[in-house]
Write a protein that binds this ligand. Structure first.
Ligand code: E4P
Length: 214
């Protein structure tokens, strides 16, 4: 399973890359805004740090605009993936960009049929948003189970990125379901390492070592 970081925080990305835990990065306009930096500048810095795909999202609403924007993004670095909204225009743009050899990530996916459409359009990645579904009292992880089940019946190249991850249980369930990727916010990534019994065990061993015969 691949871990992407869902952030534009270069320091946190660098630390995770150094641990071999960051296989890629996803951004969106909100994440870029929170970074306080310009999109091109920060994305190029991230793309140079990360060995894997870095998703970048534009704001065009029509396929022509998305293709223009995506073609420009793809010049920023060789590992850029163009994020496209789950609309008819977004899917048209995905098909065109993929034919040009530019990888796409269809985002804002909230149903299994939307994921199926993105796969049929030839997108390299599809991003179902689990946390936002949970927020409206739907079962985000059930959507991942349905998508994995459906895609496993066919030979689509599309990889599923579990997005809008809010807690470590989302990551564990994504892995259990065989999702290809989880894109994880830095605070949730930190929580993956933690268990109170690990901390207590380390403290106990340290204490006992100090008391043992030297
Ligand atoms: C995914 O690519 C998105 O950037 C992200 O996961 C959205 O998460 P949010 O619902 O927490 O904003």
């Amino acid at each position: 399973m691949k871990f992407f970081l869902d952030t534009a925080d270069v320091g946190k990305i660098k630390a995770a890359v150094e641990m071999g835990m960051c296989d890629g990065v996803t951004t969106n306009p909100t994440i870029i805004m929170k970074s306080g930096r310009g999109q091109k500048e920060v994305v190029q810095e991230i793309a140079a740090l990360v060995p894997g795909p870095v998703s970048v999202e534009g704001i065009s609403e029509d396929a022509d605009g998305m293709v223009k924007e995506g073609t420009e993004f793809a010049k920023w670095a060789k590992n850029i993936v163009v994020k496209l909204p789950m609309t008819k225009e977004g899917l048209k743009a995905a098909r065109i960009l993929e034919k040009k050899g530019i990888k796409t990530n269809v985002t804002l996916v909230f149903s299994a049929n939307q994921a199926l459409l993105a796969a049929k359009a030839g997108a390299s990645y599809v991003s179902p948003f689990v946390g936002r579904l949970d927020d409206v009292s739907e079962d985000g992880m059930q959507l991942i189970a349905d998508i994995m089940d459906i895609l496993s019946n066919y030979e689509f190249k599309t990889e599923v990125i579990v997005a809008s991850v809010r807690d470590p249980v989302h990551v564990m369930d994504a892995a259990r379901m065989g999702a290809h990727i989880a894109t994880i916010p830095p605070d949730v990534f930190e929580k993956l390492f933690k268990h109170p019994l690990t901390d207590r065990g380390i403290a106990q061993f340290k204490e006992d070592y100090a008391k043992s015969k030297k």
